[in-house]
Design a binder for this molecule. Structure first.
Ligand SMILES: [Cu+2]
Length: 394
């Protein structure tokens, strides 16, 4: 009896150990893999915030903070979205510094986009532009520090006829290099203004001369192509209008509106970007926020052309009250009459131009405004931003 009991105990013990060993064979590799994964995840989380905050924040005065900058891109190996922050790239900090310079002057002009006078020599129309940093009023009591052509936002309008030979002499008085791109104009490649691709950048204090035949006719613009994320957003843009040689019916009123955005915080100006912490809090039409925007005065029955130009970094669905319009040209090129849509809202994306036309059939004060309604605020206070009045009188 005693012998039998001992045998049963021994048998039970052996069976138990065999079961434990077979269990370990199946689950031990899984347990080891889990431990390795947990350890590697912990080491990634420790590295990222330190890299982001220390390499990018500098004095801590930038409008972004360490929470919204931690995208974990550097350690994850993920491809960043264009325009997003690159925590390991020291040049990114420069792009987010306040707009400034060693020679910031008060603006001497009050409205931008005005026709630029020229002189004519041997059949060439010669224009002169100087890039400079000025204090520019976008609204009563709100000044921005702006990079400008000739001291205004937008810069002065260059308006010529199709086929004109134009020469534009550009003097750079910024602290940074710059170039000019003639957006939509069919220039020779060497005049296209792309730094280190078609030309060497114009260094501070240097002068560069652009020359080309103005073609085709239409609504175009010129703007910086050097660090455009900053320089264009900070004001280096202006209209370039080429009138057709063939006579076409001219509107009674012809207005050009350039739409852009600003970030003003603690009295300092930053280039507004579509990026967390850098988003705009002011929105301007021709360098002014409502109610400082211009009023378009029209007599009843007149035909009005408005050339809408998107030069900021955001899309703006521009809506006109009371007076439906036709889109007669896109990006400078005429739309055939049969294809002209009748609209009351048109979305203007960065770089786009829409020429819209309407007959001022009804007297009144008709609003033209962006229908992203946050864009009709000044620093979050309504009304403001992208609004103006089309004032139709008898
Ligand atoms: Cu908008």
């Amino acid at each position: 009896m005693a012998l039998m009991t001992t045998q049963i105990i021994e048998y039970t013990s052996i069976s138990f150990y065999l079961e434990v060993i077979s269990f370990m064979k199946v689950f031990l590799p899984l347990i080891l893999i889990s431990i390795v994964l947990i350890l590697s995840a912990c080491s990634t989380q420790q590295l990222t915030p330190i890299t982001a905050s220390e390499s990018m924040m500098g004095s801590g005065s930038n409008p972004v903070n360490s929470e919204n900058m931690d995208m974990g891109l550097a350690s994850s190996g993920a491809t960043p979205t264009p325009g997003s922050m690159m925590p390991t790239n020291p040049e990114a900090a420069h792009m987010m510094e306040p707009i400034g310079g060693s020679n910031v002057q008060p603006a001497t002009e009050t409205s931008g986009g005005q026709p630029l006078p020229f002189r004519e020599e041997n059949g060439v129309k010669i224009f002169e532009l100087t890039t400079k940093t000025v204090q520019w009023s976008i609204l009563d009591g709100v000044n921005v520090t702006a990079y400008t052509y000739n001291g205004t936002v937008p810069g002065p309008m260059i308006r010529v006829n199709e086929g004109d030979r134009v020469r534009i002499i550009v003097k750079n008085e910024l602290d940074d290099p710059t170039t000019i791109h003639w957006h939509g104009v069919e220039v020779p490649n060497s005049m296209d203004g792309v730094p280190d691709v078609t030309q060497t950048p114009i260094q501070p204090g240097e002068t560069f001369t652009y020359e080309f035949i103005a073609k085709p006719s239409g609504t175009f613009m010129y703007h910086s192509h050097f660090e455009g994320d900053v320089q264009v957003t900070a004001g280096l843009y202006a209209p370039f209008i080429i009138d057709p040689i063939e006579p076409v019916a001219q509107p009674d009123v012809d207005v050009t509106l350039m739409i852009s955005e600003w970030l003003v915080r603690d009295g300092r100006t930053y280039a507004a970007m579509p990026m967390s912490g850098m988003e705009p809090n002011f929105f301007t039409i021709n360098g002014k926020a409502f109610p400082a925007t211009e009023t378009i005065n029209v007599k009843k029955g007149e035909r009005v052309r408005i050339r809408l130009i998107g030069i900021g970094q955001f899309i703006h669905p521009m809506h006109l009250h009371g007076l439906p319009f036709k889109i007669v040209a896109t990006d400078g090129h005429p739309v055939p009459e049969v294809a002209q849509l009748t609209k009351d809202t048109v979305s203007v994306a960065p770089g786009e131009r829409y020429d819209i036309e309407f007959v001022a059939s009804e007297p009144g004060q008709w609003m033209l405004h962006c229908h992203i309604l946050h864009h009709t605020t000044n620093d979050n206070v309504e009304p403001g931003g992208l609004m103006l009045v089309v004032n139709v009188t008898e």
